[in-house]
Design a protein around this ligand. Structure first.
Ligand code: PEP
Length: 251
């Protein structure tokens, strides 16, 4: 059966010493706990190798927030999937709405990134979600379906089995506005149905679908109680150990 997962997305926050301290705090909190979910932190590239040394990977997974759409070569400033994997990281966030919006990431680019991530043993946390206008004009289900079809449906069923999905309504990211638990459940159930229509029930049932968007200790329990919500991708609240653990402990 699918796993429950709480993953932090630190975005472009923390210097290296600050990030190492936060990772150490989360690691210590997890050592003293028995969480009912897998816990992952996705951190800036510059932090990966060092944080990999200070955490217990049996309790805390490590991921990057992006990777390049090429394996190697003349792409100044980019960081490839093999480079990420060589730090010890085993996850990578792909297609976050901030990457789609500010850095022009398209489904085509994302297909290349997903392929490279999988080829290098990284589990993609693949983000999808509608903007406010699409929520309001009623096209949100179709928008998300298209993102999944275009970004992922070239994969074999075995490959798709390695994908973690994160539904993040863009209007809820960093805004303090959370989707209601019912809004999240409607979308997550629809996503699972979409997966089932392509890959069958077993693959759909085994896919972890996380919710992201202003998730906090105060609302996580209700959102995670929904049958198709398998955890969360957490931005702001992942930047403090106490609030991140509050969400982990919502399971
Ligand atoms: C995110 O960026 O993945 C996210 C969910 O951010 P926040 O929790 O801050 O809304």
């Amino acid at each position: 059966m699918r796993k429950n997962i709480v993953a932090g997305n630190w975005k472009m926050n923390t210097t290296l010493p600050e990030g190492v301290k936060l990772a150490e705090q989360v690691n210590a909190a997890l050592a003293a706990a028995t969480p009912k979910c897998d816990v992952v932190i996705c951190v800036p590239f510059t932090h990966l190798a060092t944080i990999n040394q200070v955490i217990d990977k049996t309790k805390l997974g490590l991921g990057a927030e992006n990777c390049a759409d090429h394996k190697s070569g003349a792409y100044t400033g980019e960081v490839s999937a093999p480079m990420v994997a060589s730090t010890g990281a085993t996850y990578v966030i792909l297609g976050h709405s901030e990457r789609r919006q500010y850095y022009g990431e398209t489904s085509e680019t994302l297909r290349d990134k997903v392929r490279l991530a999988l080829d290098n043993g990284l589990a993609p946390i693949f983000c999808i979600g509608e903007v406010l206008e699409q929520r309001e004009d009623g096209s949100y289900l179709n928008v998300v379906k298209t993102q999944i079809e275009e970004g992922l449906f070239n994969l074999s069923a075995e490959e798709f089995g390695k994908i973690i999905l994160a539904y993040e309504p863009v209007w809820a990211i960093g805004t303090g506005k959370t989707a209601t638990a019912d809004q999240a459940e409607e979308m997550h159930a629809y996503i699972r149905q979409t997966i089932e229509s392509k890959y069958g029930k077993e693959v759909a049932d085994n896919t972890s679908i996380l919710y992201g968007g202003s998730c906090k200790p105060s609302n996580a329990k209700e959102i995670f109680s929904k049958p198709n919500v398998d955890g969360g991708l957490i931005g702001g609240a992942a930047l403090e150990c106490e609030s991140f653990m509050g969400i982990v402990n919502a399971f």
